[in-house]
Design a protein around this ligand. Structure first.
Ligand SMILES: *[C@@H]1O[C@H](CO)[C@@H](O)[C@H](O)[C@H]1NC(C)=O
Ligand SMILES: *[C@@H]1O[C@H](CO)[C@@H](O)[C@H](O)[C@H]1NC(C)=O
Length: 355
């Protein structure tokens, strides 16, 4: 009851139509303690690829079975954890590994690496082992190193450039920058840097600037956790910034303690012709925030706050399911977890049923 009243009060403040009930939220999988779950990407076959910044494994979870388990896809050597993961071509993913200092959420300088994780099989794919008989869903991918980044201490969210298949974009939460990485040569550099992408301090809570990012159309959409907004900026085919950063929504307008983390885009921002677009932003400490903005990307945004202090535990990222219409209306949200004493517990992934 208290819960519903809070949502109602919040909605009134932020000018959102009152919505006193959450959509159904289901737990999918809870990891053992001390797996800080950080990011998610979804394969075309519906499997969730899950990263943790505190263990060196990439996990795969089938969310459609009765009792999901976390299969270890790969264990990386000489790293402490994985941050961003993104699909860069069909069933090929890029991800970021490093030696992380979790207290400051920074990587040891020189330890950030970008890898390709290629699940393709058979003729036409470079994966090992010919043959249609292979069960692609559970087989191990081919892993290859793309780049070792000498001069950053924070690659957080990553995304393929929206129109240039050769480029990966990476959010540098410490520098306040978007990096580009050439997916063929591994060459990398800062695409653009700005104070509006930067953090505001060095303490936890203020030390992460640009956090999640996604490319769509001619824009990069992103959150800045410390500066408390979701926005976008135009980019050209080479990843250079075109024009000014636009603020779409503020997390303070969603609630006094709401801190945006990574997000999923729903719909086609900027493509017009149909009800606009939405972002679902995983937000600390107990929220998933739906931001609806205009079909052309313009117009005032509205925010709907899903608040569940039992099932949303420091949400870090979100992604829609794939493989069926039902899955496409299921939002998977990763939980970083909560501290009980010195142990991080209840980290995992939950499903929000939006259909
Ligand atoms: C392991 O990673 C650390 C930090 O990046 C690096 O200094 C060291 O050379 C690496 N060791 C090996 C064996 O790769
Ligand atoms: C979310 O729910 C918790 C627990 O009921 C409450 O303390 C908090 O104020 C709520 N947040 C918002 C923004 O309404």
């Amino acid at each position: 009851m208290k819960f519903s009243l809070c949502i109602g009060a919040l909605a009134a403040i932020s000018g959102v139509a009152a919505d006193t009930s959450n959509p159904p939220i289901r737990n999918i999988y809870t990891f053992p303690p001390n797996h800080f779950i950080e990011n998610i990407a979804v394969r075309a076959n519906g499997r969730l690829l899950i990263t943790s910044m505190s263990v060196p494994q990439l996990f795969s979870i089938d969310p459609t079975v009765a009792t999901p388990t976390a299969e270890v896809v790969h264990t990386f050597s000489n790293i402490t954890g994985i941050s961003g993961i993104a699909e860069i071509s069909p069933d090929v993913f890029a991800l970021v590994t490093a030696t992380w200092d979790l207290a400051s959420t920074r990587a040891e300088l020189g330890s950030i690496r970008i890898w390709k994780v290629d699940f393709r099989r058979g003729p036409g794919g470079p994966g090992p082992g010919p043959g249609p008989a292979t069960t692609a869903s559970s087989s191990s991918p081919t892993i290859s190193l793309l780049a070792t980044v000498a001069n950053s201490i924070s690659f957080n969210g990553i995304a393929r450039h929206p129109t240039n298949p050769r480029l990966l974009l990476a959010a540098d939460s410490a520098l306040g920058a978007v990096w580009r990485v050439d997916l063929e040569t591994g060459a990398y550099g800062v695409a653009f840097q700005s104070e509006v992408l930067a953090p505001v301090g060095t303490e936890p809570g203020t030390n992460l600037g640009i956090n999640g990012l996604k490319g769509e159309g001619g824009h990069v959409y992103f959150t800045n956790s410390a500066r408390r907004f979701f926005g976008r900026v135009g980019i050209d085919g080479a990843g250079n910034r075109v024009g000014e950063v636009e603020v779409i929504s503020g997390s303070a307008d969603a609630g006094a303690d709401v801190v945006y983390d990574d997000f999923a885009l729903d719909g086609k921002p900027g493509k017009g012709g149909g009800g606009g677009a939405r972002a679902w932003i995983a937000s600390h400490p107990s929220y998933a925030v739906e931001v609806t903005f205009g079909g052309s990307g313009g117009g005032p945004a509205s925010q709907r706050v899903v608040n569940d202090t039992a099932l949303l535990l420091n949400p870090t990222a979100a992604a829609f399911g794939r493989g069926s219409r039902l899955q496409e209306r299921t939002l998977y949200v990763t939980n970083g977890g909560e501290f009980v004493g010195f142990d991080l517990v209840n980290e995992g992934v939950v499903a929000i049923d939006l259909s």
